[in-house]
Write a new protein. Structure first.
Length: 244
C-alpha cells in the first residue's frame, strides 16, 4: 500500500472509532505512527558512521607506520598507492601533503649510498641541504653545483631516474629576506596552493608533463622541477629531509 494511503486510512479509522462508540477502539494511533515511521522512514545512524571514520583514520596511519618499521621497502611502495586516497580524503581550500613512511635506518642507508664526492660537496655548503631521502635509490644525483650569491649560496642538484625522468632541485639559503615571482600562461598550466610537510607550497602543473613545486623550509628556499607527474612530485617533495 502507498505510504500516504496507509497513514490516511489509519487516521480515518481512528477518527471514526472516536466518533462512533459502536466501532472498536483497539487502534492506538501513536503506536501505529511509530510503526509507520520505522517501516517507511528508517533513520540512518550518522553518528555511528562518523565515529567509525574517526576511528579508522588513525588506525590506517598506525598500520602504515608499523609497516614502515617492519618492511621499509614494501612500505614505500604502499605509500605510493595510499597517497591518492589521502589526497582525495583530505580536501579543502588548502590541500595538505605529508604522508611519510620513512624510518631512520632506511634514511641512513640512503645517505650512506651517496658517493664520497657528492658527500664532500654537500658538506661544503654552509647550510644543511634537503634531499628526497626515500627516493635516492630510484633517482641518482647526476650533477651537484653550489655558487655564492652575495651572502647566500645557491645549490642546484640534478636527479635522474633510469627511465629518463629528470628532476632539478634548487635550494638557496635566505639571509636578508626573499621574494620570487612566477609567470605562466593560464591556458597551459594549473596552479595549486598546497602544504608540504607543514609548509605552504606552490604547485604548477604544465600540460606537457612538466611539474614545478616551490616552498620555503626554514631559511631555505626550495624549488623542484621535472618531467614527472603531479603525484610523484608530491611524493618527492614530502620525502625531502635535511642531510646532516
Amino acid at each position: 500500500m502507498n505510504p500516504k494511503n496507509k497513514i490516511d486510512n489509519l487516521i480515518a479509522r481512528a477518527a471514526a472509532a472516536n466518533i462512533n462508540e459502536g466501532l472498536s477502539k483497539e487502534i492506538n494511533l501513536d503506536e501505529e505512527w511509530v510503526k509507520f515511521k520505522r517501516k517507511y522512514f528508517p533513520q540512518k545512524n550518522y553518528f555511528y558512521l562518523q565515529k567509525s571514520v574517526a576511528i579508522m583514520i588513525p588506525i590506517l596511519f598506525g598500520v602504515g607506520i608499523l609497516l614502515s618499521l617492519l618492511f621499509p621497502v614494501q612500505a614505500k611502495a604502499i605509500s605510493s598507492k595510499s597517497l591518492a586516497f589521502f589526497k582525495s580524503f583530505i580536501v579543502g581550500k588548502v590541500q595538505t601533503v605529508g604522508i611519510d613512511y620513512a624510518n631512520q635506518s632506511s634514511a641512513d642507508d640512503s645517505i650512506n649510498s651517496l658517493s664520497p664526492e657528492i658527500m664532500e660537496k654537500i658538506q661544503s655548503v654552509p647550510f644543511k641541504i634537503l634531499l628526497p631521502i626515500d627516493y635516492l635509490d630510484e633517482y641518482q644525483i647526476s650533477s651537484f653545483t653550489a655558487d655564492k650569491l652575495g651572502d647566500s649560496t645557491d645549490v642546484a642538484i640534478k636527479l635522474a631516474a633510469s627511465d629518463n625522468r629528470k628532476v632539478t632541485v634548487q635550494q638557496t639559503n635566505i639571509t636578508q629576506g626573499f621574494s620570487q615571482g612566477l609567470s605562466f600562461d593560464n591556458e597551459d598550466a594549473v596552479l595549486k596552493k598546497i602544504r608540504i610537510n607543514g609548509q605552504e607550497a606552490t604547485l604548477i602543473i604544465y600540460k606537457e608533463q612538466f611539474v614545478s613545486l616551490t616552498w620555503i623550509d626554514g631559511d631555505v628556499f626550495v624549488s623542484m622541477d621535472g618531467n614527472i607527474g603531479e603525484d610523484e612530485m608530491l611524493q618527492l617533495g614530502s620525502s625531502m629531509r635535511r642531510i646532516p
